[in-house]
Design a protein around this ligand. Structure first.
Ligand SMILES: [Zn+2]
Length: 301
């Protein structure tokens, strides 16, 4: 369309606004539009984002699709500004660039569709090269079997999508200690790349109370070969927090735990060089930087 035509349409809107009532016309113009706000404004690989959604009218059902996945949408009762929301995972492996999130809603038998762009920026994570004894770099078959079965159990727990909002307000860190190893650190053992660090490590002497980052249901409490005593909390809608190398569980599988409740004591269980708490976040089966969950928490209300 030529610029002149744009001007003409602009003039028409102005003329109608003047002829009727400016406010009514603007309301009518806004009525058919979706309002979508992505937080943070710049999404980086290895993090999660919060998408606030305000459909143009009240809807019965709403679904989202992003990055080749169905994204569960939750109702938000805390404010009328965004009656729906969803968390989007930006895995470490996602290609940077412009992506699209699509919403499909139904209202009075009518289907409403809307697409919104999301820009993904590549985040560079630090590398660490370690020289270790061969027996620590390679596992004999029986150990490897145990590691695989642990990983499958964690995967099963974290892939569940509970259609309940268990979390209440912002997420909090589980222990007060400083971060000794960041999320995404790429470790090389004797030159061989390992999986990137799937969470953050906090300095924590053995026996430090570990608090639930938010309200949720204990989805796993298991002694794993690598991550030691491991506790997973389901916060609903595919969002989980994971606590590793614990010395003691203080909550059982299936327990509903409140935010900041002591769910475990930290320790040095599993394959580990010194005591610390490894804290992870999983969203729709993807491990993401827990710091990004703490950061978007301020946008909850
Ligand atoms: Zn760790």
């Amino acid at each position: 369309m030529k610029r002149r035509n744009f001007l003409k349409i602009g003039m028409q809107v102005l003329v109608s606004a003047w002829a009727y009532n400016l406010e009514d016309v603007l309301l009518a113009a806004g009525k058919g539009s979706w309002q979508v706000d992505v937080q943070p404004g710049q999404l980086e690989t290895g993090t999660l984002g919060l998408v606030k959604v305000h459909p143009p009218q009240s809807v019965e059902r709403i679904k989202a699709h992003f990055g080749g996945k169905n994204i569960p949408v939750f109702p938000n009762y805390s404010t009328e500004k965004w009656p729906f929301g969803c968390f989007v995972p930006i895995p470490l492996t996602m290609k940077p660039g412009r992506k699209i999130i699509t919403f499909r809603a139904s209202a009075n038998g009518e289907t409403l569709l809307y697409s919104h762009p999301i820009k993904i920026k590549k985040k560079e994570y630090p590398k660490e090269f370690l020289k270790v004894k061969k027996k620590y770099a390679e596992f004999p078959p029986p150990i490897l079997k145990r590691i695989r079965s642990d990983q499958a159990a964690v995967g099963r727990a974290c892939r569940k999508i509970t259609p309940e909002i268990y979390w209440q307000g912002p997420f909090v860190r589980p222990v007060p200690g400083r971060i000794t190893s960041p999320f995404g650190l790429r470790r090389y053992f004797n030159g061989q790349p390992r999986s990137p660090h799937s969470g953050v490590d906090f300095a924590a002497p053995v026996g430090t109370p570990v608090k639930a980052s938010n309200r949720g249901v204990v989805a796993m409490a298991r002694d794993c070969y690598l991550s030691g005593k491991t506790l997973i909390i389901d916060h609903g809608y595919g969002l989980f927090t994971i606590y590793c190398h614990l010395s003691n569980f203080k909550a059982d599988l299936g327990d509903m735990v409140s935010k900041k409740a002591v769910v475990a004591l930290s320790g040095k269980s599993g394959r580990i060089t010194g005591p610390h708490l490894h804290w992870g976040v999983s969203l729709l089966g993807k491990r993401l930087d827990p710091q990004s969950l703490l950061n978007i928490s301020s946008h909850f209300a």
